[in-house]
Design a protein around this ligand. Structure first.
Ligand code: ADP
Ligand code: ZN
Length: 554
């Protein structure tokens, strides 16, 4: 797809320079544009800041007709439209909150054969709830003016992801109604199972997938035990490492945000708080002060984030446990967009886990505010959804409790990416700790786990398998590490399972026969590294050998 021989190549180059002011394309941009302009359905996984917008705005500009863009957040849409208009690209937005006469005027323009708009933005609930819009799209399509359908933040389609929006599920109707219009789905965060779920729900056909590494070499990761002195620790950390620099502190509750901000102010930092229940004017004020560097620390719930484009955020601190690895990765992704070294520090305590778990089960955990009034989980948090959220949280916990494996490896594996921890170059706490390791042969436990998955019919999730296993002689966290390792090394596979009744999803563990066979017949061993200081798991002399420096020789 990187060819320069497409009929539109010249136009592409010229407009990228002239209209968008870019000297060149960033990784994958040209390829994505060529694929979507060739008429294919395309799924794009690109980290935040990678330049996703250009991949549909440039085609929209040079193709005849109108590009429909579905985007979750009104403020993001307004921001995009402002930029487009500044570049003289006619774009507009239809929303239920608009004056009726204003909507009428836009619809009238859309009906004209000389319609000036190149891009039409809508929120997903507009598609789900407005017959007027659907009829309008049908009319555009009949006049061959519907050039392309773009689904931004496509991971919201999946209940398996961390930001599920029910309105996104209704978007499958677009492909049904307009089977010949190419769809471009974009996201900065999706595991393999989310990707599959999205492709299925949107009904994408022979979809071409572009993905980029999610590794962010300039971010330094660490997890620190959270004590009562946590706020002192944070104050000290900032003063020692990032004094007067810009950062975000993610907190669990609205009250935590206010408490942390107040405390940091007392310590002499320019801090403010931001969460779902401060009023819009105040929110805008805080954002503005932040972008003008009048405030340099924002203590926020996850409501603060999307659409934050500040390039010089030098640290992201998690004052408490994030709800999923995907969410964590995305929140950390707001640091260091300019490529400069930045810190991501997570304060972890088991009691926070209990707290978050409770909030999830009550359905009161705050989410990013895609649409007003949607700050809480939209779906009754029961059954499969609850199971999924709990499972995501448990993975986050095992990430925090792991004090051996490279943080990057642990995160990237979650996104289905292979990563050699030698490339971390000691930029995470676990890689940079100078400590001695012992290697322990855990083949026996590994075998038992694989056999358990088989025996129970390959139909249960990893947390369920662990419940059943409850290795009498093992700490649960150790069994969980071994199970995770079995997935990382492909002995076991995690598959998405759709429940037919509500269409919700969960994952089940399956056995990868060919690899597991070698394990079962003793042709392959499983060896894990453990810090030698920890005696919690009783190691018999025979299964302990000195570390040879290689991580997890399988
Ligand atoms: P994403 O949506 O992937 O987070 P954006 O589309 O908002 O990223 O782009 C991030 C920034 O990168 C924007 O400021 C955009 O103008 C800039 N950008 C995008 N593509 C290019 C390019 N080819 N050359 C230079 N800058 C670019
Ligand atoms: Zn590392």
């Amino acid at each position: 797809w990187s060819s320069w021989d497409f009929p539109w190549t010249k136009k592409l180059e010229a407009n990228n320079k002239k209209v968008f002011g870019n000297h060149s394309f960033r990784p994958n941009q040209r390829e994505i544009i060529n694929a979507t302009m060739s008429g294919h359905d395309v799924f794009v996984l690109m980290p935040t800041g990678g330049g996703k917008s250009l991949t549909y705005q440039l085609p929209a500009l040079i193709c005849p007709g109108i590009t429909l863009v579905i985007s979750p957040l009104v403020s993001l849409i307004q921001d995009q439209i402002m930029h487009l208009l500044q570049a003289n690209i006619p774009a507009t937005f239809l929303s239920g909150n608009m004056e009726w006469t204003e909507q009428q005027e836009i619809l009238r323009e859309l009906n004209s054969d000389y319609c000036k708009y190149k891009l039409l933005y809508v929120t997903p609930e507009k598609v789900a709830k407005s017959d007027v819009l659907l009829r309008q799209l049908e009319s555009l399509n009949a006049r061959e003016l519907l050039a392309r359908i773009v689904i931004d933040e496509a991971h919201c389609v999946s209940q398996w992801g961390h930001d599920f929006r029910p309105d996104y599920q209704g978007l499958g109707i677009l492909k049904q109604k307009f089977p010949n219009t190419p769809v471009l789905a974009l996201t900065a965060t999706a595991t393999a199972s989310v990707k599959e779920d999205v492709v299925q729900a949107l009904g994408l056909v022979n979809c071409i997938i572009f993905r980029q590494s999610f590794n962010r070499p300039n971010l330094w990761f660490s997890v620190i035990p959270k004590t009562k002195k946590c706020l002192d620790d944070i104050d000290k950390f900032i003063k020692e490492n990032h004094f007067d620099e810009c950062g975000i502190i993610y907190c669990l509750s609205r009250m935590d945000c206010e408490k942390v901000a107040e405390r940091l102010q007392e310590c002499g930092h320019k801090a403010a708080f931001y969460h779902g229940s401060i009023d819009p004017a105040q929110r805008a004020f805080v954002q503005k002060q932040w972008s003008k560097d009048e405030i340099n620390i924002i203590c926020a719930t996850v409501a603060f984030g999307m659409g934050i484009n500040k390039p010089d955020v030098r640290f992201v601190i998690h004052h408490s446990l994030p709800k999923s690895i995907e969410g964590y990765h995305q929140e950390c992704g707001r640091a260091g967009r300019d490529g400069q070294r930045s810190s991501c520090v997570l304060y972890y305590s088991y009691s926070d886990f209990i707290r978050v778990k409770h909030m999830i089960s009550q359905g009161v955990a705050e989410q990013s505010p895609f649409t007003p009034g949607h700050n809480r989980f939209n779906v009754a948090n029961s059954g499969r959804v609850l199971e999924t959220n709990t499972e995501n949280l448990l993975r986050m916990v095992s990430y925090c409790e792991n004090d051996v494996d490279c943080r990057r490896l642990l995160q990237l594996v979650h996104f289905g990416e292979k990563f050699d921890s030698a490339h971390c170059k000691k930029t995470c706490d676990n890689c940079s700790k100078i400590k001695s390791f012992i290697e322990k042969d855990v083949t026996d436990t590994a075998k038992k786990l694989v056999e358990l998955v088989k025996l129970t019919g390959q139909q249960f999730s990893s947390s369920h398998i662990l419940e059943v296993f409850r290795g009498k002689h093992l700490a649960k966290s150790e069994a969980s590490r071994i199970l995770r390792h079995l997935v990382i090394e492909d002995f076991l596979m995690e598959e998405v399972k759709k429940s037919d009744v509500y269409g919700s999803v969960s994952s089940v563990l399956k056995v990868n026969q060919s690899k597991a066979h070698n394990l079962i017949i003793g042709r392959q061993n499983v060896v894990l590294r453990f810090p030698s200081a920890i005696n919690s798991t009783k190691l018999s002399k025979s299964d302990v050998t000195p570390a040879k420096g290689s991580l997890m020789s399988g």
